[in-house]
Write a protein that binds this ligand. Sequence first.
Ligand SMILES: *[C@@H]1O[C@H](CO)[C@@H](O)[C@H](O)[C@H]1NC(C)=O
Ligand SMILES: [Zn+2]
Length: 426
Amino acid sequence: MGPNLGGVTCALAALAALLPVVSPVPFGLQIYQCTKPGVIAPGFDDGPWIYSEDILDRMQATGFIATWFINGANKGNIYDYNSTLRRMIDMGHQIGSHTWSHKDLATLTVDGIKQEMILLEEAMVNILGYFPYYMRPPFLSVNAQALSVLKELRYHVIIGDLNTKDWEYQTQAGIEIAKKLFVDGLDLGHTIVESHEQEVWSHGVLIDYMIKIVKDRGLKTVTVAECLQDTQVYRTVRDPNAGQPMEPEPTVTYSLNGRCGNINAGGNLGWTCPPNGGRCCSKYGNCGNGADYCTASVCQPAFGLCDAPKSTYRDELSQSNTATTIPSRTVSNTESARATPTPLGPESTTPDGTCGNQGSGKDKGYTCKPGACCSKYGNCGTTFDYCAAPVCQSAFGKCDPAPERGSKTPDGTCGDISKGNNNGYA
Ligand SMILES: *[C@@H]1O[C@H](CO)[C@@H](O)[C@H](O)[C@H]1NC(C)=O
Ligand SMILES: [Zn+2]
């Protein structure tokens, strides 16, 4: 809905607030692809900031439409960009939430997650008069608890399938990789894009390139909501359903052919792996068990859960050792969204710096010491190379939060470009 409709919008929003929330798009489940054919939905995270207006100018010149997943307090302060937000809406763009302060939702308590969402809602109500049903999690990171809170708060959780990884490639040479990822993603038919508006080389190079490619190829850019064929984009009050029954849980459709979930082989069918056999749906869209399906970095718990590893316990009654399965597997969407996949392996602290189930840590399942993360190469460490979201396997250790911008560098990197990687250390 466009705020330039003024009172009409408010009246419609108020009316919508009285009706039960029914949406063609599920709440609290990761969404990866458009359902409307023939369009793409570019999304830009982490603003608003100093580059936003300039990028809007360049988009306006060719009618490029985007969705902006904004923060309240990240690079900039949202209240310094009131008119920028209004301009985004007036240009027909969409604004979604990227949380108040860009914390990793998978590391927060239920109350912490609610605070990150509701603080931004309040700021958007102050500035625009309404707030979104759409969000993208910082670092694309969620766990079962975060998804269940986001479902309760009625958020569509947008992940996307075309990640330019531009934050990782903030050098003149590196940004070429992000450009290639964008074109390769388009060639593969991917539709929901992730990029960042406040990174130096994205602002300087990548976004112009995206605009040019879209124009050259005659692609149609739309908002994320439009590409999901949804018209319910914003709301004016929190908890419009308080005291009302929720809409019925969607029925689970079990996969009969091993395909599952909404990405890759799962193809937006949303099928769940059947509960018999204890299989998880991997991010490649196939049901299975074993490390390739069950590790936290691969398993999509909303579409099936692996059986917990067998453990041996002493059955006092029979006085015998019995192998049993810990009864944690669940069959309904609701319950499975709450359960957390159990990491394989001994789960003990690493004796040798290796960790996880892949790379150097292959099949050991060791966890790093407190303050260190397990890289996808299977080693523990505390620097950016281990702690960055796409590298860190958070199931096997968590880094301490990064120091404040401007504080003394902990590792010799500094500033915002190249190795400094937007950390802003002095
Ligand atoms: C932005 O809007 C808020 C809420 O109306 C207001 O308090 C604040 O002063 C505005 N900021 C600027 C820079 O105008
Ligand atoms: Zn972000």
